[in-house]
Design a protein around this ligand. Structure first.
Ligand code: SF4
Length: 330
């Protein structure tokens, strides 16, 4: 029996390099080693996009295509859209009874996202309950592993505390405590060196055409101290070099590092070399995505994923209802 892994992604826009190198690339590996449940968290998007719900379906379909084009294979994993599996909402409701409000207000992502989405009014009940929905997502599939970066381990803590509280108060052991599956994620800053994000307008999208990649490479922040071609630079503080590390081979990395430190190369040629490698790196992705359409085949993929997810989710929910004495059918 393979261990079970659960991972999801919010459809708030097309996916960018940060999503790919921080998550998707890892999903493609994980699907070969674990029994994976991957989902697009459209209800999670609604917690912040409630005033513009029309965009959610559009982005969900776009993200689905990005996931498939990145190499996630629905034959190797269960790939689904969260709202197609209503058990997420039911377990969220039941778990919310066991979630003290103080716990939710202290969740680090709650504060982080409030800051990141400062232009939104996030003082809604759904947004505060976001971590409970996240817990329901994980627990429905009895996932023993959740891939997280080292800085995100605390995000899982609330889920584990919620499980202990539920088990303690109901006297029934229903859930599996998930453990973090630590993943080494490379640093992927935005073009302006802040976190890469749609809200900051600093992202490079996975399906950006070559001319867009070239243009964005030229806009990307370099070592701010290297104000002239004749001044040696420091690649360690340069966003272009961070990108080189994602898409370039060892030889180019050495060329860039040496050339920068000795002022042997200029930033424009360094950026152009990075862009050329990025165009090649995402060539297959662009070709695969261009072939994916919102057609019968894509909707069949969604439906099959939802059916598979529902079978496991319904089993878990049955156990939860039994623990709560809410199983009126027998
Ligand atoms: S030469 Fe390259 S690594 Fe150095 S500062 Fe310019 S863009 Fe960055």
């Amino acid at each position: 029996m393979k261990e079970r892994v659960l991972a999801g992604i919010r459809p708030t826009g097309k996916l960018h390099w940060g999503n790919y190198f921080g998550a998707l690339q890892n999903w493609v590996q994980l699907q070969n080693q674990y029994e994976c449940f991957f989902f697009i968290a459209d209800w999670h998007s609604l917690t912040s996009e409630y005033d513009n719900p029309a965009t959610i379906k559009k982005w969900t379909m776009e993200v689905l295509k990005d996931i498939l084009a990145a190499g996630v294979d629905p034959k190797k994993c269960t790939l689904f859209i969260q709202s197609q599996v209503p058990q997420h909402a039911e377990l969220h409701l039941l778990l919310s009874m066991y979630a003290p409000i103080g716990w939710l207000e202290r969740v680090p992502t709650y504060k982080e996202m409030k800051q990141e989405l400062a232009d939104k009014d996030l003082s809604n009940y759904g947004f505060l309950g976001y971590p409970v929905l996240q817990s329901a997502d994980i627990l429905l599939y009895r996932a023993s592993k959740v891939p997280v970066g080292e800085d995100q381990v605390s995000h899982l803590e609330l889920t584990r505390e919620l499980i202990r509280r539920f088990h303690h108060l109901t006297g029934r052991e229903v859930f599996v405590e998930p453990q973090p599956l630590l993943t080494k994620t490379p640093r992927v800053p935005g073009m302006d060196r802040r976190k890469m994000s749609k809200s900051f307008n600093n992202a490079i999208w996975l399906d950006d055409p070559p001319e867009e990649i070239n243009a964005k490479a030229l806009q990307t922040l370099t070592d701010p101290a290297r104000t002239h071609r004749s001044i040696p630079g420091n690649p360690d503080v340069c966003t272009v070099y961070d990108y080189h590390q994602l898409v370039s081979d060892e030889k180019t990395l050495k060329w860039s590092d040496d050339g920068c430190r000795t002022a042997g190369i200029g930033c424009v040629e360094c950026k152009q070399a990075m862009a050329k490698n990025a165009v090649a790196y995402f060539k297959e992705f662009r070709e695969r995505k261009a072939k994916l359409k919102n057609d019968a085949q894509l909707f069949k993929t969604i439906a099959e994923g939802a059916n598979r997810a529902q079978r496991t989710a319904a089993e878990t929910l049955g156990k939860v209802k039994e623990a709560l004495g809410l199983n009126y059918a027998n």
